[in-house]
Design a protein. Structure first.
Length: 383
């Protein structure tokens, strides 16, 4: 399979049919592994000690990520019993205020669900629109007494009143974009202030810790925080947050000529790699690949040139890497680090499937289910 992909992906630009078929087969195997490992009660990562009277938070978010991947690949698969039960778990979490119950992580859960429902039901679905409205209200702004000069302004945290961070903010912006919210919307423009303050670029970020490497940190709120060990008085940039920041700047309507975008792109060129999450090694690796895939799709270029001048066909390299890491049972799992739950195959597999779907969507104009000859697609559905 990997050899087929390597031979098929020559040059840059749209994916040839053989490569599409190889990637599609990989996605199909990944989804089959998720179907096989679903909890009989619905969803994934269900434990024995669940909150009384409401669905468990993380399984709802993971289920949303999985169902988005299923719907983008082949909506007919949503009729499978395991995926129907996962959908029921999500439906149970809907609150009267438009959010999806997530306890202390309601913003994160709601963002994941809105992204999924925007694909499954369409952006105009009332649950999508109500979820978008809730996410906008949960964003830190003047209602909480913050001005655009505040390092909290425009960000989103795990919950409505949780400290904002770039990870949750970029997940919220994914949801808004998936729901069809335009870049000029006030939510994106508020977020732009927060994103700018999370960047190591002293020309646009007045924080005392801001350097000039162009990368991004976890949060500028308060005294700021990076998930990478940093020297006193500074915060180190790292891979997943720099792709998150780069992507979010583009989502907010900035073009590649904007100096903030250029600075982020320069960081990514200097640290181009698919072997690790730069700065964090194996920690958050599949999250990194997923964020990378969305960011480079938003970038809109077939390749990225690293600081040595080497041109990288990011679709080919990302797809090859993920196919090489796929387990015999079709799943993916982070065998080097279980931080942020990536030691759980359901979450790593969801990230990998979504990343491969971004590769496909960025290079072709048809849906994933149309990316193989009709006779093969028909036989697969018959199975």
């Amino acid at each position: 399979m990997i050899g087929l992909l390597c031979s098929a992906l020559v040059g840059h630009g749209p994916l040839p049919e053989d490569a599409q078929a190889a990637i599609r087969s990989s996605i199909q195997r990944g989804l089959a592994s998720l179907e096989a490992t679903a909890d009989p009660r619905g969803g994934w990562l269900r434990g024995t000690d669940e909150p009384l009277g409401r669905p468990p938070e993380i399984p709802i978010a993971v289920s949303a990520l999985v169902l988005k991947g299923v719907a983008q690949f082949d909506p007919d698969l949503l009729e499978q019993t395991s995926f129907q039960k996962a959908r029921a778990l999500i439906d149970q979490a809907l609150r009267e205020d438009g959010a999806f119950e997530g306890g202390l992580v309601t913003n994160y859960v709601t963002s994941c669900v809105v992204s999924a429902l925007a694909v499954i039901e369409g952006p105009e679905d009332p649950r999508v629109q109500d979820g978008v409205a809730w996410l906008k209200k949960a964003q830190w702004d003047g209602v909480e007494g913050h001005t655009p000069e505040s390092n909290w302004y425009g960000g989103a945290g795990y919950g409505k009143h949780q400290r904002p961070d770039l990870s949750n903010t970029q997940t919220m912006l994914d949801a808004l974009r998936d729901a069809g919210v335009p870049p000029e919307d006030e939510a994106f423009q508020r977020a732009l202030a927060f994103i700018t303050r999370a960047q190591n670029r002293s020309e646009s970020n007045p924080a005392s810790w801001a350097g000039d490497d162009g990368g991004f940190v976890y949060t500028p709120a308060g005294e700021g925080e990076s998930k990478v060990e940093s020297e006193v008085g500074s915060l180190r940039s790292y891979g997943s947050m720099t792709y998150a920041g780069f992507k979010s700047l583009l989502y907010a309507g900035l073009d590649v000529e904007d100096p903030r975008v250029q600075a982020a792109l320069d960081w990514l060129r200097r640290h181009w790699t698919l072997k690790e999450n730069p700065g964090l090694g194996s920690q958050g690796y599949f999250y990194y690949l997923h964020v990378m895939s969305r960011a480079l799709r938003a970038f809109g270029q077939d390749s990225i040139t690293d600081n040595s001048g080497k041109i990288h066909d990011w679709r080919r390299e990302l797809a090859e890497r993920l196919l090489a890491l796929q387990e015999p049972d079709g799943s993916w799992v982070n065998r080097s680090s279980d931080r942020w739950l990536e030691g759980e195959s359901c979450l790593a597999t969801a990230y990998a499937v979504l990343a491969l779907e971004e590769v496909m969507a960025s290079a072709v104009t048809t849906s994933p289910s149309e990316m193989v000859p009709e006779s093969k697609a028909s036989s697969e559905k018959a199975d």
